[in-house]
Design a protein. Structure first.
Length: 222
């Protein structure tokens, strides 16, 4: 890196560390508007620690403004970070870049990550980057996470499975008969989402829970 590039990187880093979130947002926007190779390391590093959602999203945008050759390999390193935000932000940015070379790096450990935000982002990224012909294999992995977590986690997984289209149909059909009622309801709601991507997820869940409850109700004597 030349002295000029080092100076540029130092200025960008300083701007991204300002206490005011609006100032950091503007700094990230400026970095994306006039992308320079020296910025990539700074933007990736800041993504791992930036507390503001909107600034993080702008950092992702700034990174997508660089050639994939300059960003993908560096982001892949972050997938092994001990810091959950570093992993989730790298996954998010990789999904936005859209380079399918990143898909093999979305490991089972990431898809099963104990941190919900990392797992949610891994599901979305995997569904976005899965190579043609591997959708069914990914659906088999994702189906094991049905029933996990809260509403946001359920919705993220359902959307990832819905993004796989018909490849997810056989595993969802199997999960709809799972002995766990939470898994059955989640599978049924996801099937609705596959059939109609515009359906309201909360409505789909409510209907699925009603169906599960009715199927589990004891028969009434005449």
């Amino acid at each position: 890196m030349t002295q000029q590039e080092e100076g540029r990187a130092a200025r960008v880093r300083a701007a991204l560390e300002l206490p005011d979130a609006t100032a950091r947002l503007q700094a990230a926007m400026a970095a994306g508007t006039r992308p320079e190779p020296a910025d990539v390391e700074v933007l990736v590093e800041r993504s791992a620690v930036e507390p503001d959602f909107f600034v993080r999203d702008m950092l992702t945008w700034a990174l997508t403004r660089h050639p994939a050759e300059a960003t993908v390999d560096r982001l892949l390193v972050e997938l092994g970070s001990v810091f959950p935000q570093a992993r989730s932000q790298a996954l998010h940015t990789l999904s936005k870049i859209g380079d399918r070379r990143a898909y093999p790096a979305i490991t089972l450990d990431l898809l099963h990550d104990t941190e919900d935000e990392v797992a949610r982002t891994a599901w979305r990224a995997a569904a976005a980057l899965v190579p043609e012909g591997q959708e069914a294999a990914l659906a088999e992995v994702l189906i094991s996470q049905l029933g996990r977590g809260d509403r946001l986690v359920h919705r993220s997984l359902s959307r990832a499975l819905a993004a796989l289209g018909e490849a997810s149909a056989p595993v969802l059909e199997r999960a709809a008969a799972d002995p766990d009622p939470d898994v059955r309801a989640h599978a049924l709601a996801t099937q609705q989402l596959v059939r109609d991507p515009d359906v309201d997820f909360d409505d789909a869940v409510a209907e699925a829970q009603r169906v599960v409850a009715l199927r589990g109700a004891p028969l009434q004597d005449d």
